[in-house]
Design a protein around this ligand. Structure first.
Ligand code: NI
Length: 163
């Protein structure tokens, strides 16, 4: 296992629609192990393949008691609304308030290629939506009004210079 380098905004791969995962083999399992390791190392609760530079529809998460691997994820139902702070490892965890569905059902394939559905609410549902967005080339800041998006990006760039 190894910790991979996290790609950061505005790297192109983060804005690309991911390619479907087609091979469910040992290589994919190893990739998921690396993704978990990278996520834990960065103290995140979710990590999508574009965040380690791969244009793939794949994410891992361990959030609010839900730990899973999701290949070719889709949000198939959404209901309610929640508003809360969100951040992203690719944007230096700079937080911003984002409105999301309160409940969401995720449909995806596990590392063996088996389809599953999983329902969640609150923080875990937010994570489903955030990570599935990554697979569609969308970041949480894309949900913000332009002025607030610019503020998050500015703060991220400023903090990066001090590292
Ligand atoms: Ni993210």
């Amino acid at each position: 296992m190894s910790v991979r380098k996290i790609t950061e905004y505005p790297e192109k791969v983060l804005a690309q629609v991911g390619k479907p995962v087609e091979k469910f083999d040992e290589e994919l399992e190893k990739l998921c192990e690396d993704m978990f390791e990278t996520m834990y190392d960065a103290e995140g609760v979710g990590l999508a393949a574009p965040q380690i530079g791969l244009n793939l529809r794949l994410f891992v998460m361990d959030c609010d008691g839900i730990k899973l691997i999701a290949a070719n994820p889709e949000i198939i139902t959404k209901s309610g609304e929640q508003s809360g702070q969100e951040g992203c490892l690719s944007v230096g965890k700079v937080p911003a308030v984002v409105s999301r569905a309160e409940k969401a059902t995720l449909r995806a394939q596990d590392a063996k290629g088996e389809w599953f559905e999983r329902e969640a609410e609150g923080y875990a549902a937010r994570c489903f939506q955030h990570e599935t967005d990554h697979c569609d080339g969308k970041l949480f800041i894309d949900h913000l009004p332009k002025m607030r998006k610019d503020m998050v990006v500015k703060r991220f760039q400023k903090e990066k210079r001090w590292k």
